[in-house]
Design a protein around this ligand. Structure first.
Ligand code: GTP
Length: 596
């Protein structure tokens, strides 16, 4: 155990976590140059394109220190986005230490702080690392000052490196060995394995990533999940070398994997404790929480005959994503689809992209919603995330909506406009302080519903990219809610209905009408587009009728061109939904979701 170090890298998005991880792998001689692919740890396509880590992967690095002693360094990779902060906290609690990676040009950001606080809650030893010192705009001295003053960390431990060129990375290894404590734990005590991740393998089932806190686990033993008492037989245990390397056993202090014939990752729960069925531990490890979906949206295939494909695709995604939930949903306008729950908007976008790209299914999404609590006059309490389930307004006593605590870090000069944004979004109890001269940390309590609606994009544009944002769930508060319906030629398009705060209703209604007007092609008749609450129309607009014959410009031309034009129109139609007698293109549904 003396020669093991379990650590993770925590950073604000884009500060270079994956690049540093790759560089460390490369320096450990685990891979030859030829095998070394950029961004080894981020292996999903979308992760690579968007440059964000969604699913963590762990790797065990053999390292011979300058004193000649061999060490095993377990690098636990953590996801880098606010949606996944529970996963981050589970990964952290499987480590003794963390590299806190900070971009030498950007300095400390909101997620740097949020992740640092998570690490501190888990009692981790922190090594500050300033990355990207090769950049011309790097200001390591300024960042070092921030680390000392904003974060209160000892600046004598700061490591300087460039994950890109490799400069300084060797010293980070030495710092890990000398500054981080070895793991503790009793290999002979009753078994306590902390689950911090799970990945699905089509041939072997679920690969559970675990940290052995106490005890020893071997193949053939019967284990039990302490959250639900499910039992399984261990088939294999091992270490995360470049490929999974089976071992005779895993014992206290080690990080590794377990295979136990588990079909889907949804059967495992990050943060849960695994123990022996025969000789269980007295209590589970602290900190376990059920995953909470906070954003909900319905997904419909554009073409109704793709419903089965969508069902199969969701099943497949679910195998490797315990946080995704879905159940059948139906809409008069769009037919059959699924109501899905997500950890946040980013999670939603990732799933949408994967469905469209990997499974080639064109989708229509309904306006994302949070979960509201309705108290009805007969005393029932109802949670509603779907406008279709909005109760009869006459029976509603009180409605509550979820609030978050937001932390925003920005240069001082953006304070005014950001405050205005928070106020527009119904922010409460705003407070701020200056962690360092010129920078402001703003804390604000906001309704989650206002944040999932383009808050982050607005913040980025107001602060020209310099503002950063992080949040945690707070509580439920009383809300003045209404169901906004959109009517096309007098017919409610149920898939466009949304739950909105009354103060926003008219603006959202107008916006939806305008967007639809721009996206719905003119047809042979005038189309009325209206927004309504209950029976009251609060906004309206028209798409005027089309007069010209679409094929007119082909007159005199040859017939094949005319046919091509009609073919093209037909293909376009496939991406349309007919509501009543009006063709609405997919883009129109998407446009309503977006703000201006
Ligand atoms: P998430 O996975 O989303 O958390 O991002 P990340 O922190 O892993 O960032 P990533 O490693 O993907 O790096 C972000 C960008 O910074 C990439 O374009 C890298 O090429 C670049 N980058 C990383 N390290 C360095 C460095 O030392 N110097 C320079 N110049 N660029 C770097």
């Amino acid at each position: 155990m003396k020669n093991i170090r379990n650590f993770c890298i925590i950073a604000h998005i884009d500060h270079g976590k994956s690049t540093l991880a790759d560089r460390m792998i490369q320096l450990c001689d685990l891979v030859t140059e030829r095998e070394f692919k950029d961004q080894l740890l981020d292996n999903m396509d979308i992760e690579r394109e968007r440059g964000i880590t969604i699913k963590s992967q762990t790797i065990c690095l053999p390292y011979t220190a300058k004193d000649g002693k061999p060490y095993l360094l377990n690098l636990v990779d953590t996801p880098g986005h606010v949606d996944f902060s529970y996963e981050v906290s589970r990964a952290l609690s499987s480590c003794e230490g963390a590299l806190l990676l900070i971009d030498a040009a950007q300095g400390v950001e909101a997620q740097t702080l949020a992740n640092l606080y998570l690490a501190m809650e888990n009692d981790l030893e922190i090594i500050p690392v300033i990355n990207k010192i090769d950049l011309p705009s790097a200001e390591p001295e300024r960042v070092a000052l921030q680390i000392e003053e904003d974060l209160g960390l000892d600046s004598s431990d700061i490591q300087l490196c460039s994950a890109k060129t490799g400069a300084g990375v060797e010293d980070i290894f030495e710092a890990i060995v000398s500054l981080l404590p070895p793991p503790e734990g009793d290999p002979d005590a009753p078994l306590q394995l902390l689950i911090f991740d799970a990945n699905y393998d089509p041939f072997r089932g679920t690969i559970i990533s675990v940290r052995v806190i106490n005890g020893t686990v071997k193949p053939g033993e019967t284990i039990k999940f302490m959250s639900n008492n499910q039992q399984y037989r261990v088939e294999e245990v091992g270490l995360f070398k470049l490929r999974k390397e089976p071992q005779k056993q895993l014992s206290a202090g080690q990080v590794g994997y377990i295979l136990a014939g588990i079909k889907t990752v949804a059967d495992t729960r990050p943060g849960d404790t695994i123990t022996h069925a025969a000789k269980p531990a007295a209590s589970p490890l602290p900190g376990f929480k059920e995953i909470q979906q906070v954003v909900f949206s319905s997904l419909y295939p554009i073409s109704t005959d793709e419903y089965e494909d969508l069902a199969a695709a969701l099943e497949k995604l679910k195998l490797n994503d315990a946080a995704l939930t879905f159940e059948k949903d139906s809409s008069a306008a769009l037919g059959f689809g699924f109501r899905c729950g997500f950890l946040g908007l980013l999670h939603l976008e990732v799933i949408q992209e994967r469905l469209e790209r990997e499974f080639d299914i064109s989708l229509i999404l309904t306006v994302p919603s949070v979960q509201y609590i309705f108290y009805l006059s007969d005393g029932t309490r109802l949670t509603v995330d779907n406008p279709a389930h909005y109760p009869d307004p006459g029976h509603i006593d009180k409605i509550e909506e979820p609030f978050i605590k937001a932390t925003i870090l920005m240069p001082e000069k953006y304070m005014g406009p950001v405050m205005t944004l928070c106020m527009e979004r119904r922010g409460e109890n705003t407070s701020f302080h200056y962690p360092t001269p010129g920078r402001i940390e703003l804390n604000c309590e906001l309704p989650l519903a206002e944040v999932i609606y383009d808050f982050y994009d607005k913040l980025k544009s107001i602060t020209q990219g310099y503002g950063s944002f992080d949040y945690e769930m707070l509580d439920y508060r009383k809300s003045d809610l209404a169901k906004l319906d959109i009517l096309v030629n007098g017919e409610v398009v149920d898939a466009l209905s949304q739950l909105v705060h009354k103060s926003n209703a008219r603006a959202r209604g107008l916006h939806a009408c305008e967007m639809l007007k721009q996206e719905i092609p003119r047809q042979m008749f005038k189309i009325a587009i209206q927004a309504a609450i209950g029976g009251t129309i609060i906004a309206r607009t028209n798409v005027s009728a089309l007069r010209k014959d679409v094929t007119a410009k082909c007159y005199g031309g040859d017939i094949s061109r005319k046919r091509k034009l009609l073919e093209k129109q037909k293909a376009g139609k496939k991406r349309m939904k007919t509501v009543g007698n009006v063709d609405i293109p997919q883009n129109a549904f998407l446009a309503v979701l977006k703000s201006d």
